[in-house]
Design a protein around this ligand. Sequence first.
Ligand code: NAD
Length: 964
Amino acid sequence: MGRLSVSPDQLDRQILGLGERFHREMAGQMASHVREYLLKEGRDVPALLSAAIKAAAGSLTAPVATRTMQKNVALMAGKFILGANAGEALPQLKALWKEGTAFTVGMLGEATASDAEGEDYKTRYLDLIDNLPAEIATWPADPRMETNHLGPLPRTNVSVKVSAMDPYLDPVDPVGSVDRLERRILPLFQHAKKSGVFVNLDLETWAMHDITFDLFERIVLGPEFKDWPHVGIVVQTYLRTAAGDVDRLVALAERRGAPITVRLVKGAYWDYEVAHAQQLGLPCPVFTEKSASDANYEALTIRLLENVDAIHSAFASHNLRSLAHAMAVADGLGLPPNAYEIQMLYGMAEPERRTMRTLGRRVRVYAPVGQMLPGVGYLVRRLLENTGNEGFLRLSHHENVDIHALMQRPRPREDINAGLQAVPPPAGLDSPFRNCGVLHFEDRAVTSAFGDTVERIRKTFPLQIPVVVGKLRAGGARMHRECPSDTSVCVAEIAMADCADADAAVEAAYRAWPAWRDRPVRERAELLERLADRLTADRIDLAALQCWEVAKPWREADADVAEAIDFCRYYARQALLELAPRPQGRRTSGEDNVLWYEGRGPCVVISPWNFPLAILCGMSTAALVAGNPVLIKPSSQAAAIGYGLFERMLQVGFPPDVVHFLPGSGRVVGARLVSHPLVAQIAFTGSREVGLGIVETAAKTSDDAPQVKRVVCEMGGKNAIIIDDDADLDEAVLGVMKSAFGYAGQKCSACSRVLVVGTAYDPFVRRFVEACRSLPIGPAHRPSTHLPPVIDRSAFERLTAVIKDPGPGARPLFVGQAPAGGHFVPPAVFEVADPAHRLMQEELFGPVVALMKVDSFDQALEVANQTRFALTGAVYSRSPAHLEEARRRFRVGNLYLNRGSTGALVDRQPFGGFKMSGIGTKAGGPNYLLFFADPRCASENTMRRGVVPNSPEKVRRPGDAPNQ
Ligand code: NAD
């Protein structure tokens, strides 16, 4: 290992010299494809891409247009993709070899929805590995391409796209994911070693980063490959953690005693990573400035070349500054030109490639193989990458390039050594609302803390859950709550509140009401903010309990806690905006009008088990911040989680006479609370049957009731996803899988009807059924589980009966196998033709899906609306006109376009339906709090004997009115 002793300024001088040399070599040349496709004057790249995508879908309305378009796109794709398979690629590979260019062959592939697709992908790789070397061996020798400073290099080199090998790779389950991947990828290494082929593992999104590195490490340290030098992996320098990757690889090579090839790239998923992190509230894994990735590239180039005995470096870039820098560093270290290589993309930078060859460097192109049209995803990424305003190719291929400017040292403003930055916590009630984001499961420390907590909590069972009316009451009837994944585990023993408890709680709440109502809104809002802080501090504990009590898989459990935190922070801020006094109406001299809202009285909160913390917390905090005491009646299946919330409410300072906790039977204590005359309001979320009963009971006003009851009532859904005939099936299949089987279909927003238009039906069914076959079923506390059990015995029996006998007119397309030991129900898919079929009308609340083929988008909308519910709906389509039509005609509370039907976030997707799905309120959205408060208006005549004092008029501020 050498140390670079050349100063940065000396390097810069040398780089500039190289730049001038490149410029001379490349004069007059320009990659014809770059000119033709990327830079042509007036060429609109996004329009080109959208045409490409449409053509790839193969379903434009006019068949002739489709054919022409497809031909054009295939032609364009042909410039960047070698052929559909190894056989088709060979002539191109031979031509490359002949001109003195080495290659690495990559197989195109986008989303993998099933094991069958992963297996197929593996088989296609085996085809490359097994069949290319024999033919390639007959080509003439070329020492520059076949040796590096460490010895011989295989002629055949393949790059493996890891994520396409398995549909269920997830950082939440790092060990399981690596195990799953190993089954597919180890055989590739074994065949490669046998045939003398080099294998590189490609790196894609950040989510796959650790999994890919762990897999690589496991394979290359294994006895079969420990001394096999022809293995490589990618380091992406736009990642804030890339320096750690290089250190890890250097250590790995030293540990095994054989070299590793590292392909150094900037990274191709920048837009995705930024948007993804922003949407989920995760730390952003990539630098925000392009120049930071460039600077990091240079820093890591030095580190790699300094370790030339352990690492064979492949500098993959089209940026001549980056490449010149690598060459200058290698010279500075006294390395021979074959101690590293330069890699470029096939079809993208021919003049650069030629120049590098002329300068005696080994150049390898990344040569993609696969179907042209499905390869459009690859194409789009490459075109965007290279045509962005900062893209080097775009800059360097314009006339009048200033070589000095192009060879400038990157000088980022951000610190490239700062590492991953955690998202800062909100800065108090006066800062704007922001979703708290999900846990960063990509971080191993988080995953193992979660796993440890799941185990630790298990040891505290059975939890003792009391009734609390002002003070704790144990005694009385109790209920055992068993774990749905393992019925031998008793999670909690729950005290059952009775009617006397209900009466006592309502009376205490009624007495506490005036003082609570008259407390300033800001004080109540501050309590919500404190509750949010508390829930944040305990979020893993609260989520881990959900894994056991209601069988929520890790990610779903975490999302529920995140939503609860969001409700607290959102309603706290909305209360200040919506409830506080404000001037009302036109400003008029001599008159002062003020409007404000105040609490109505005791509010009964009755919640379901399926979002056990979020919904309970949302309804309770909305009622509380609006000035109402609450009587919490959690679902019996989720009372321990409910108690977790209640305890924390008291801990952060909610007065004990303002929140009461009444677990117990809905029919007994729930019904008593609803009918109690002193109750002013009921906030209910649950089934339609119970909801309608509550609306009816609450409508009866007894003689001793001080006011008319109000009901906020959120009920069920029978949600449809429409798949248009031009939909992207990769996205549609994955979206339906998640929407239908996430939390075993036990979400009010779950998709249980899929309406597929025309020609998309057969391919959709084929892929969807295969995807169902691969769905991992298991206990929720295991991180590998995607389909957990259903909530209890009665749900299990009800669903099993439906699956066994769905009624005439339902043809089973797939019914899976379920394990024993818990309330496991397999995924079940039926084909129906009648929109009135029971499977198309009843809310089943389980992993059961009805598929129906429709003739047109118009019919799809009609069928979608043909239900008594109107909660959520989704559409997958590439037609803007159809998406627009769906906006107008798909009558649901929450409509999702080109995404699944579940996963609403507070503030961004205010949630709630109408018709039989609810009374039209939107939880987590504007005006929701107004349902929990009575508006008041005060008008003062400020005129005194014809004179207006404080003219033009007095403006009241929050704090002037009684409840401020
Ligand atoms: P459920 O209606 O059986 O129970 C809901 C709550 O009502 C429970 O706390 C229960 O104890 C109580 N209850 C039962 N009978 C009662 C009575 N007679 N009087 C007063 N309270 C009574 O619903 P569930 O099984 O807990 O939850 C699943 C249902 O909730 C599904 O229909 C689902 O669609 C719906 N849901 C709707 C939304 C939404 O936002 N629209 C959200 C989540 C769940």
